[in-house]
Ligand binder design. Structure first.
Ligand code: AMP
Length: 361
């Protein structure tokens, strides 16, 4: 059985690595010939708007999924008329537009930061009266890893932010004084079976995920239930199939949704070694209608992204419990080129390993 994956980045690569033991084969589609998944499987290079290339890609595939949420909805919908596509393209549509996404959350009763659509400079001024200061101005589309957004601390920041982001659809959000950032990964199969991973604590630097701790330390069961309840509503509303990630802010012991990703997620990489079944394997089980695997953690894990640097492998691997993942990408400043997962029996042991790892990186 061959599975098609739109997008050939590291997430696709890790999907393939999880699928080979299940006897699956993969074919990737990416606009870039050097897409990292191409090192392990067939890669069709083409533009997402090129129906000829999409048709060649889809030929003989059993089903299709994606590892990149900015796949044009039209391409996913065109393919969905020819073969099963999971998650449903409507999930892409919601997740690609921050305004649609926050409106969707609101409709499900899921708390979000206060937000306001901005098209013109006067919308921005009106919006700031509602959100107050500080606020965050973001592009509605194509923002990721903190790109396409500006923190507005005071009126002095307005002009520069408008100069940089104005002229495209924007969203203004109240700045959330969160205690920490968490994420929940959920998975739903074609049979409707649902499972949740434990909440993960995420640390960002410059808008890019740097470190995840899993399970999130000192997290009451009540918070886990709240996150699962939110994720379940999203899964059911979208008739979702596959892994879904929701990024959350913890504010005074409650959870607010920031955004969702209709795919496997960076904050779930720890599951490869740190959970009974990885997010990648469970995504494949879900889209194939196979029973989902246990999401139980195996001890305590930390995941560190390798951003713009390639450490000496031996220095990482000599740390007990460390697992190195290299994506086969050229190192460039600010680029995610790999990650390291540390696994330990106790939080104390994890802390010791983490201190060693952070010294190496
Ligand atoms: P995003 O691209 O929306 O995930 O934003 C990237 C990062 O910016 C988040 O992980 C937060 O650390 C921060 N951020 C985004 N929106 C807000 C907000 N409304 N209030 C406070 N911090 C935010």
């Amino acid at each position: 059985m061959q599975i098609g994956v739109l997008g050939g980045g590291q997430l696709g690569r890790m999907l393939a690595l999880a699928g080979y033991p299940l006897g699956l084969r993969f074919r990737f589609f990416d606009p870039l010939a050097e897409a990292p998944a191409g090192q392990l499987a067939e890669l069709v290079v083409g533009d997402y708007t090129d129906e000829g290339a999409l048709a060649r890609f889809a030929e003989g595939l059993s089903l299709l999924t994606y590892e990149f949420e900015n796949v044009p909805v039209a391409a996913a919908a065109w393919l969905a008329r020819r073969l099963p596509v999971y998650p449903p393209p409507v999930a892409l549509e919601v997740a690609q537009d921050r305004l649609a996404e926050k409106t969707f959350f609101q409709g499900l009763g899921i708390p979000t930061p206060l937000f306001y659509p901005v098209q013109t400079y006067s919308d921005l001024q009106d919006g700031l009266e509602r959100t107050g200061w500080p606020a965050v101005l973001k592009t509605r589309r194509l923002g990721y890893d903190g790109k396409g957004q500006k923190l507005l601390r005071s009126p002095a920041d307005l002009e520069a932010a408008w100069e940089q982001l104005g002229g495209q659809p924007l969203i203004l959000e109240a700045f959330v004084p969160f205690e920490r950032e968490l994420s929940i990964l959920a998975v739903r199969s074609t049979s409707g079976q649902v499972a949740f991973y434990p909440l993960v604590e995420n640390h960002h630097v410059g808008g890019i995920l740097r470190k995840s701790l899993a399970p999130a330390p000192i997290t009451p069961a009540r918070l886990q239930h709240e996150a699962e309840h939110m994720a379940r509503r999203v899964l059911e509303k979208l008739d979702y199939v596959g892994v879904l990630a929701i990024e959350l802010f913890e504010v005074e012991g409650t959870l607010w949704a920031n955004e969702m990703a209709p795919r496997v997620h960076n904050s779930g990489h720890w599951t490869i070694e740190g959970a009974e079944t990885s997010q990648f394997e469970n995504h494949l089980r879900a889209v194939l209608g196979l029973p989902l695997g246990s999401t139980a953690p195996r001890g305590h894990a930390a995941m560190l992204n390798l951003i713009g640097l390639k450490p000496e492998p031996a220095r990482v691997l000599e740390i007990p419990g460390a697992h190195l993942h290299w994506y086969g990408k050229e190192v460039r400043p600010g680029r995610k080129v790999g990650h390291v997962t540390l696994r330990a029996g106790t939080p104390r042991e994890l802390e010791t390993g983490l201190a060693r790892l952070e010294a190496v990186l």
